[in-house]
Design a protein around this ligand. Sequence first.
Ligand code: AMP
Ligand code: ZN
Length: 140
Amino acid sequence: MKDTNCIFCKIAAGDIPSNTIYEDEEFRVILDLAPASKGHALILPKEHCADIYEIDAEVAGRAMKLAKKLAMHMTDVLGCEGFNILQNNHEVAGQTVFHFHMHLIPRYKNAKNNDILMWTHETFSEEEMAEIRDSLQYRQ
Ligand code: AMP
Ligand code: ZN
């Protein structure tokens, strides 16, 4: 299902032109319009879903599998020295387009913005860490 107000739905469907590097029935992969580095690309599912909370787990799994294959391919072609796979959810986490997407960001030694994705550290006491650990126990 497409969301008629969603720019990534339109791009994924091919209704708006993009620099596409891969396409299949389920995904389109495009170059980011404002790239963090040479080759920065985005995996877009064609079916609209806003974020990790909405996406079907199987689709998310296939997106990650595609990310793995593209990381290999892009590293091979671009000769980058590293690679970030990034996925933002909700405004507080930096999401600006509310259609699920995965960033594929090739990284190069000595590139001008190698400090992107760096963060300062928060500190928690041992007790707080234990409380966090206990509250997060998960079983499938
Ligand atoms: P996020 O902040 O995780 O939601 O990422 C949105 C990304 O989409 C940003 O890196 C933008 O540069 C990129 N972007 C926004 N509009 C377009 C567009 N029309 N074509 C390609 N990339 C876009
Ligand atoms: Zn959409």
